[in-house]
Design a protein around this ligand. Structure first.
Ligand SMILES: C[S@@+](CC[C@H](N)C(=O)[O-])C[C@H]1O[C@@H](n2cnc3c(N)ncnc32)[C@H](O)[C@@H]1O
Length: 332
């Protein structure tokens, strides 16, 4: 019934508002260290009563806990902030998703600003950190695609199309000392993140960061493998993006594509799925396209499908640029 559901929806929306504002205002980072109410109130510039209510609300949501008059992130929250995914970006992306549903509902569209695109890219990727925990995930992905792992380990070149913050590429470069990569990303603010991180990690001599529309990239037959962030490409750009990837791979070169979201069976999750789909479709982006259908799209673009498989990144399809047919081999 709508009256009961409304209470739950309202709780969820208020919790997202609380968390995102607390994160944006720097309160969560401040509470990484134990603080008294007075210290927190002074830091936040809030009256003592409001600060106390705010700490109580954060504690009720298991974000912080208190002991001996001091308030601090719970172990779980602190671990999430140190984790392989950017939880701060995930919190802020949850608030962005709420705003976008409202905007699409009102106007039919909710275009991303460059800083929104940065949030989405950070929230949907591993941190490009080169940390041992991230490397462990990338190792599992590469183990599921040994053809790509072996080429890259032997000094092959990867083209990352729609690279976002390059969680995959930066961690893979930090793991495979001979691998080289070129990333292609539309939004400069997003591409700046892996460029800076690569410099910090001393791997920037093996990473070429391009800010451009992937459809305009032009380096024929120069790459051994490619990774296409297909879930983020609009219908109007997909065929041209795939044609570019086909051209950029050497004959026999491999393409990896992944499916991120999937249509859930359970009804509460399905309602959220439909809201995400509403926003994606309003921007001409297919949502949760099943991997078999992505493989078909890739095949129609001229690739040979090698296989469809499941990795720690979810389902992926592996395809290959066909080798030229051998002249006269059929007549012997
Ligand atoms: C969220 S990222 C993918 C994450 C990435 N695979 C990783 O490992 O971190 C997808 C990116 O594709 C970019 N994109 C979408 N269409 C594009 C296009 N036509 N050319 C270049 N980049 C594009 C978006 O700006 C977005 O940042």
């Amino acid at each position: 019934m709508i009256t009961e559901s409304l209470a739950a929806w309202s709780r969820g929306a208020q919790a997202v508002a609380l968390l995102s504002a607390a994160n944006e205002s720097g309160y969560l980072a401040y509470l990484a260290t134990p603080r008294t109410l007075d210290e927190f109130a002074q830091f936040a510039g809030l009256p003592d009563g409001t600060a106390a209510d705010l700490l109580a609300a954060l504690a009720a949501h298991d974000v912080i806990s208190s002991s001996d008059g001091q308030f601090q992130l719970t172990e779980d929250t602190a671990a999430a902030f140190d984790g392989i995914r950017d939880i701060g970006a995930k919190i802020e992306e949850a608030a962005l998703a709420v705003r976008r549903v409202a905007e699409v509902t009102r106007t039919g569209s909710a275009p991303l600003t460059d800083s929104d695109a940065l949030l989405v890219a950070k929230a949907s990727a591993l941190r490009p950190s080169g940390s041992p925990a991230s490397q462990a995930i990338i190792t599992k992905v590469l183990d599921a695609t040994p053809e790509i792992r072996d080429i890259l380990a032997a000094g092959g070149r990867l083209l990352d199309v729609g690279s976002g913050v390059s969680g995959f590429v930066v961690n893979a470069l930090s793991l495979l000392p001979s691998m080289r990569a070129t990333t292609v990303e539309l939004v400069g603010e997003v591409a700046a993140v892996p460029a800076a991180k690569a410099k910090e990690l001393g791997i920037d001599d093996r990473l070429d960061v391009r800010v451009m529309d992937a459809r305009d990239f032009d380096e024929p037959a120069a790459y051994d493998a490619a990774f296409w962030a297909q879930p983020f490409f609009s219908n109007s750009t997909r065929a041209a993006a795939l044609a570019m990837i086909l051209r950029s791979l050497r004959p026999g070169g491999l393409l990896m594509v992944q499916q991120i979201a999937a249509e859930p069976a359970e009804s509460a999750a399905h309602a959220e799925f439909l809201l995400r789909r509403l926003v994606a479709h309003a921007h001409d982006v297919p949502y949760a396209r099943p991997i078999d259908s992505v493989a078909e799209e890739v095949s129609l673009a001229g690739f040979e499908i090698v296989r469809v498989t499941v990795t720690p990144f979810g389902p992926i399809a592996l395809a290959r640029r066909p080798l030229p047919a051998l002249q006269g081999s059929a007549t012997r």
